[in-house]
Structures are given as C-alpha cells and as structure tokens.
Design a protein around this ligand. Structure first.
Ligand code: ADP
Ligand code: MG
Length: 220
C-alpha cells in the first residue's frame, strides 16, 4: 500500500511543488497522474521512489517511511520498485540484454539465472531479436520497451513510469500502455504520469489530477 498524508514539497525559491497531498493507493491498482507541465507530477514520483524527501508530511510505501528513510535502507527499498524515466536513461555502450540485466548483476544473481530471467522478459516485451543490439540502433519504441523491461526485471511491487509515452507515436503508445496493464494484471501497482488525456479517457482507470501542486480530482 502507498500512503501520502499532508505531504508538502518546497524547493528553494521558494517553489511550492506539492501542497497538502493526501493519497491512498492499494496494492495492485493502476493509477494515472495527470496535470499540465509544472503541476508537480515528477516531484510526486520523486517522493514515491525515495529520490527526494518531502519537506513535511508522511510518505509510506510498502512499509517504508520514506520521509525518514536512511541511505542504507534506500537501496533495499529501491529493489522493491521499478522506475521508468521519460528519457529512458539506457547505457549507450551496453547491449539491450546488458541494460536489462543490470539490476540483477547489481543484486548479485548468478549468470545462469540472469540469462534465464532476461531472456524471459525480452520475450515478454517482444525484444528477443534485439538482445545484442545497442540502444542507438533500435527504434524509440524499442528503447522504451527496454527501459520498461529493465524496470520490471527484478519483479517490483510498484512500477512508476514518468510520461512513458511522451516521445512515441500513437500506436506505439497504445502498445506500451497494453504492456503496463498486463504488468498490473500480474499484481504490480502501476503509476503512470501523462498529459495525454485522450489516452487516459480510453483506458478507464483511476485518474488523479494535479494542478499547482494540489490534487484537484481523483476519479476511480
Ligand atoms: N529541483 C528543483 N528546484 C526548484 N524547483 C523545482 C525543482 N524541480 C521541480 N521544480 C519546480 O516544481 C514545480 C513542479 O515541477 P515538476 O514536479 O517537475 O512538474 P511536472 O512533472 O508536473 O511537470 C515546477 O514549478 C518546477 O519548476
Ligand atoms: Mg515531469
């Protein structure tokens, strides 16, 4: 479960990026976060993924108190979540296979196990044939699926995707959203920030609207 209570985030300026956010999300839910540029979506995701701490209030994810979490526990927490950044953040000098294998290497899995898991997920996201390519030689949609595979390889309980279809054409966007829905159906809580309101309308999922750092709508 994910719980935000009275969460504020103020950057120096001051910029009040989040104001009094109260939010409860159950395990296995699929949630869209929508709002215009500057609304606070990425800031909300940073709070959720322990990349930054709230200025006040509580953020609790899977039993971790993220406002108070220490450095040694952050690594432990991150192993339970998957994050997809808008710009993918793939390693250029590594193959698709190696990019996806990274979280398992870091965790110290054995080579045979890594081989099996990565092959499985490459198949799942339709990239088996691209395993040995480097990111610059595959399409935008394939890079995006690589980023998703890397975020899912360690079977996280929560997947956070910040504008995952921001740079893709409509049919690729639909493909990516189908994939995220399948991941959710298998038990992962999925959060997707987007400003594609047409896509949100079609998907009929819980949609939290934020503007000016505040929740202005929450339609289940
Ligand atoms: N590191 C930062 N320092 C100062 N202001 C920031 C920082 N990050 C974001 N902001 C500001 O906080 C507000 C919310 O930004 P952000 O969460 O990135 O919105 P969104 O992802 O919805 O576009 C914006 O006004 C933005 O300029
Ligand atoms: Mg953003």
């Amino acid at each position: 479960m994910i719980q935000f209570s009275h969460v504020y985030k103020t950057y120096t300026g001051p910029v009040h990026a989040l104001k009094n956010i109260d939010l409860t999300i159950d395990k296995g839910e699929f949630v869209f976060i929508t709002g215009p540029s500057g609304a606070g979506k990425t800031t909300l995701f940073k709070m959720l993924s322990a990349y930054d701490k709230p200025s006040s209030g509580n953020v609790n994810v899977a039993g971790f108190d993220l406002g108070k979490i220490g450095v040694e526990k952050v690594a432990d927490f991150r192993r339970r979540i998957g994050v997809i950044f808008q710009d993918f953040k793939l390693l250029k000098d590594r193959t698709i296979f190696e990019n996806i294998a990274l979280p398992l290497l870091v965790r110290g899995d054995r080579p045979a196990q890594i081989q099996r898991r990565v092959s499985e997920i490459l198949d799942h996201v339709g990239l088996l044939e691209k395993a040995d390519q480097r990111p610059e030689f595959i399409s935008g949609g394939e890079q995006q699926r690589t980023a998703i595979a890397r975020a899912l390889i360690h079977q996280p309980g929560v997947l956070i995707a910040d504008e995952p279809t921001g740079n893709l054409d409509p049919s690729l966007s639909e493909e990516i959203m189908d994939l995220l829905e399948r991941v959710c159906a298998q038990g992962t809580t999925v959060f997707v920030a987007t400003h594609d309101l047409e896509m949100v309308k079609r998907r009929k999922k819980r949609t939290i609207q934020i503007a000016g750092g505040m929740i202005i709508g929450d339609n289940k």
